[in-house]
Design a protein around this ligand. Structure first.
Ligand SMILES: Nc1ncnc2c1ncn2[C@@H]1O[C@H](COP(=O)(O)OP(=O)(O)OP(=O)(O)O)[C@@H](O)[C@H]1O
Ligand SMILES: [Mg+2]
Length: 282
C-alpha cells in the first residue's frame, strides 16, 4: 500500500512549516509518522513493520540493544537512508527523504553522538556554523555572539565565555549547544542519537534537562538510548526495538520503569537465560 511519496525535489516548505495541528477526526496530528516501515541493506533486513508517531511537545524514546535497528530508524527520519517498505510521513505527507538537507527543510534536525561541531572554533561560531550572519561583506560577529548568548541563556545553559573554543567544553555542554542551535534554526522535530551514552551521571542530568526544555518548547523529541532510567525521566512514549521489530510500544501511563527495564534487559529471553544458567550450576 504505497502512496506516491514525494521526493525531496518537492520539498518547498521552509523549516517550520507547521502543517495541520489536528486531523479531520479531531485527533492530534503527529509531526512524523511511520507506518509498517521496513529497511533492508541488501540481504540484511534491519527494520521490519515499524509503526511510530512523533507528537509535538512529547519525548518519544527509542530503546533497544546493539544492532536492534535504532540508528537505521533515525537515519530514515534524518534523510540519510531511504526506507524500502511502508510509509513515512512528515506533517501528513508521505515522503522519501534522500538527503539530510531534505529532512532539515522539513524541520527535522538530528544531533549525532559525534557532534558536527568544530572543536577549535568558538561557541558562538559553532552556534551559527553554516548559517552565519553578515553585515555587508563581513561576518556580523557582535550580533552572532549576542544571539548565541541569548539563546543559550534562554535554555538555562551556562557556558561562560562564548569566545572559548568548543573543544574545551564537556560532552554535556556540547550536546546542549547542538540542541539550542537546532531549536533556534526552526527545528520542529529533534532527533538525539544516544546523547547520554558517553556521559557521567551529572552531565547526563544536564542533557536530560535540555531534552525536557525542548519538549516543553513544543518540539517533538526522538530520544535514542540504551538506558531505560534516562528514558523514563523524560519520556512520554516508549518504543523498544528488538532485531528490527517493535517489541514494546507504550505510553508512560501504560508502563512502569521496572517493566521498561525488564523489556530492555531481554524480557522473556532473560528469564530463559536465568533458567539455563541455573541448569549449569551458576
Ligand atoms: N550500512 C549497512 N549495511 C549493512 N547492514 C547494516 C548497515 N547499517 C546497519 N546494518 C545492520 O542493520 C542492523 C541494525 O543496525 P543499527 O545500526 O540500526 O542498530 P542500532 O540499534 O543502532 O545498534 P547500536 O546500539 O549498536 O548503535 C544490524 O544488524 C546492522 O549490522
Ligand atoms: Mg546505533
Amino acid at each position: 500500500m504505497s502512496t506516491a511519496a514525494q521526493h525531496d525535489d518537492d520539498v518547498t516548505g521552509r523549516a517550520g512549516d507547521p502543517g495541520e495541528d489536528h486531523r479531520s477526526d479531531g485527533r492530534r496530528a503527529p509531526l512524523v509518522e511511520m507506518a509498517e516501515v521496513g529497511k533492508s541493506y541488501g540481504n540484511v533486513q534491519a527494520l521490519r513493520g515499524v509503526n511510530l508517531s512523533v507528537y509535538p511537545g512529547e519525548v518519544t524514546c527509542v530503546l533497544g540493544d546493539n544492532g536492534a535497528g535504532k540508528s537505521t530508524l533515525i537515519k530514515i527520519m534524518a534523510g540519510l537512508h531511504e526506507h524500502t517498505e511502508g510509509t513515512f510521513s512528515v506533517h501528513g505527507i508521505s515522503r522519501n527523504l534522500s538527503s539530510p538537507r531534505a529532512a532539515q527543510g522539513l524541520g527535522i534536525a538530528t544531533v549525532y553522538q559525534d557532534l558536527a561541531l568544530a572543536p577549535l572554533m568558538s561557541v558562538w561560531r559553532n552556534f551559527f556554523m553554516g548559517n552565519e550572519l553578515r553585515k555587508g561583506l563581513f561576518l556580523d560577529k557582535d550580533t552572532m555572539r549576542r544571539v548565541a548568548d541569548e539563546e543559550l541563556q534562554k535554555m538555562g545553559i551556562e557556558i561562560g565565555d562564548l569566545d572559548r573554543p568548543v573543544g574545551g567544553l564537556s560532552g554535556g555542554q556540547k550536546q546542549c549547544i547542538a540542541i539550542a542551535r537546532a531549536i533556534y534554526f526552526g527545528a520542529k522535530v529533534i532527533i538525539l542519537d544516544e546523547p547520554t551514552a558517553a556521559l557521567g551521571v551529572k552531565q547526563s542530568g544536564v542533557v536530560l534537562k535540555y531534552i525536557a526544555a525542548a519538549r516543553d518548547a513544543g518540539l517533538g523529541v526522538v530520544f535514542i538510548t540504551h538506558n531505560p532510567h534516562h528514558a523514563y525521566l523524560v519520556g512520554n512514549h516508549f518504543v523498544v526495538l528488538k532485531l528490527g521489530r517493535v517489541s514494546m510500544d507504550a505510553h508512560r501511563s501504560e508502563v512502569t520503569l521496572e517493566q521498561l527495564t525488564a523489556e530492555m534487559a531481554g524480557g522473556q529471553e532473560l528469564t530463559e537465560l536465568q533458567h539455563e544458567m541455573r541448569g549449569v550450576g551458576a
